[in-house]
Write a protein that binds this ligand. Structure first.
Ligand code: TGC
Ligand code: FAD
Length: 392
């Protein structure tokens, strides 16, 4: 039975939002309801990215939404967060695509690029005419990207890149890859490069057999003597802090997005529990053990909303710290995964079927818990912040 999402707001969260913020949220919600919900289960089964949604999403200003120029929408951080919440209410894979395009490709071009790079890429990426990917993780370096082996060597007016990147969202559909590499002639400093994906020596291959984020493209990248002009270096990059600054943007969007997935699972379980009858012809919602699960979910969703709203308000005032974002990402993704597991339980056997969205969200959230810094890495980031001691 198809259950229509009704929104989740226990503590009058809406009253904390401006009219513009609510408008952005409702517009995105309608877009997802009309365009993604009818096709997402088919995409998930087939392992298909719904590429047909790229142009409509561009038209709504989703790409580079919080950037202030080059045709971008100039949304506040809270507005952008509400967009990612609604996208992930649909599917984490679609939110992932938007996060990568916006926070991990357009943002570094905007923050670290030359004027020529910005003019060349940002308007085309905002319109969805060009797609991007972000290559930081390698087969042997995930949580510890500082160990990366990818190298850039300077020869005359070019750089030559060699290395492997792994688990790269949108890798094989990207026109441009932001590649992080150590520059041999600069004491192995990490720097970012724009690599057009049709350059000789660049290869992207999809990773198959994923039980998570099936509606998102994930690839491995290989670079063998890829020559790029020196003008493809992102001039403002220097050191590991450059890619980590991009991750702050993306992790922030995930912290909102996870609430969307949790809301979808909670609302589905609530509606189901009210019509599903067991024992004495009574709905399962009338049972204390079921109510305990629903009460846990709505309490945690509400706390997560308040947490990420405060981080967003601080970010809008340029007062958020990376550790604030770590707390929101860590808490909200964990909370969403717990909600998905409880919601699945409430649906009994129906919970494992893709007639309902819960199992898909649960499987997606397993990746979300790992990427952009695992749950435990964010624990250590918070631990370092409060103790001053690095325990990585
Ligand atoms: P460490 O020595 O601590 O730091 C190196 C330099 O970076 C600075 N820094 C930051 N700057 C800005 N933002 C942050 N969040 C920062 N964290 C650290 C730091 O101050 C230092 O600066 P400086 O001036 O002293 O050089 O570095 P470390 O090697 O000990 O590692 C720290 C650690 C573990 C926190 C970091 O490496 C980390 O976050 N690891 C997790 C890796 C990760 O998140 N990878 C994500 C890959 S992209 C992805 O998953 C995309 S999924 C896409 C989708 O949504 O589909
Ligand atoms: P590892 O680093 O090997 O960690 C394995 C386990 O060890 C984890 O539980 C971890 O918490 C734990 N661990 C590691 N170090 C410590 C420590 N010091 N103390 C305690 N525990 C520790 N990367 C990109 O660059 N671009 C992308 O677009 C991208 N997209 C992705 C899409 C998907 C679907 C997935 C699954 C991943 C993607 N990633 C991407 C990669 C992602 O960022 C990494 O998977 C993540 O950073 C973790 O690295 P790892 O998988 O190598 O795990």
């Amino acid at each position: 039975m198809a259950l229509k999402f009704r929104g989740v707001d226990f503590l009058d969260f809406d009253s904390l939002l401006t009219d513009d913020e609510r408008l952005v949220r409702d517009t995105t919600r309608k877009f997802i309801e009309d365009n993604l919900i009818p096709i997402i289960e088919e995409c998930n089964r087939a392992g298909r990215f719904p590429r047909e949604l790229v142009k409509p999403m561009a038209d709504l200003g989703f790409f580079g939404a919080s950037l202030k120029a080059y045709g971008c929408a100039g949304m506040s951080n809270v507005e952008y967060g509400l967009v990612t919440q609604e996208l992930e209410r649909g599917d984490s894979g679609l939110r992932s695509f938007v996060s990568v395009q916006s926070a991990l490709v357009m943002y570094p071009i905007y923050a670290f690029g030359s004027e020529e790079q910005k003019t060349l890429w940002l308007p085309a990426m905002q319109k969805g005419e060009k797609l991007g990917c972000f290559g930081l993780t390698e087969p042997d370096f995930g949580s510890n990207p500082g160990g990366m082996r990818t190298r850039a060597r300077r020869t005359g007016k070019e750089y030559v890149l060699n290395g492997e990147k792994m688990w790269i969202t949108s890798g094989s559909i990207a026109d441009v890859a932001v590649i992080w590499a150590k520059v041999e002639d600069e004491d192995n400093t990490v720097r970012g490069f724009l690599v057009e994906t049709d350059r000789p020596g660049f290869r992207a291959e999809d990773i198959h057999g994923k039980w998570s984020l099936r509606a998102s493209v994930t690839s491995s990248l290989s670079m063998q003597d890829v020559h790029i002009p020196e003008s493809n270096l992102l001039p403002g990059t220097g050191g590991l802090k450059s890619p980590l600054k991009c991750l702050n943007q993306a992790r922030y969007g995930i912290a909102w997005g996870a609430i969307g997935a949790a809301m979808a699972c909670y609302d589905c379980a609530l509606q189901y529990s009210l019509f599903r009858k067991q024992f004495h012809d009574q709905p399962i919602a009338s049972r204390q053990l079921v109510q305990e699960k629903l009460a846990w979910m709505i309490s945690e969703i509400t706390k997560a909303q308040l947490l990420v709203l405060q981080v967003g308000r601080l970010k809008d005032k340029e007062k958020s710290r990376p550790q604030h974002i770590s707390m929101a990402k860590r808490n909200n993704v964990w909370m969403a995964l717990e909600c998905a597991r409880m919601a699945r339980d409430i649906l009994g056997a129906n919970g494992v079927a893709d007639e309902y969205p819960i199992m898909r969200h649960m499987m997606n959230l397993e990746s979300v818990k790992t990427y952009e810094g695992t749950h435990d890495i964010h624990t250590l980031i918070i631990g370092q912040s409060v103790t001053g001691i690095d325990a990585f």
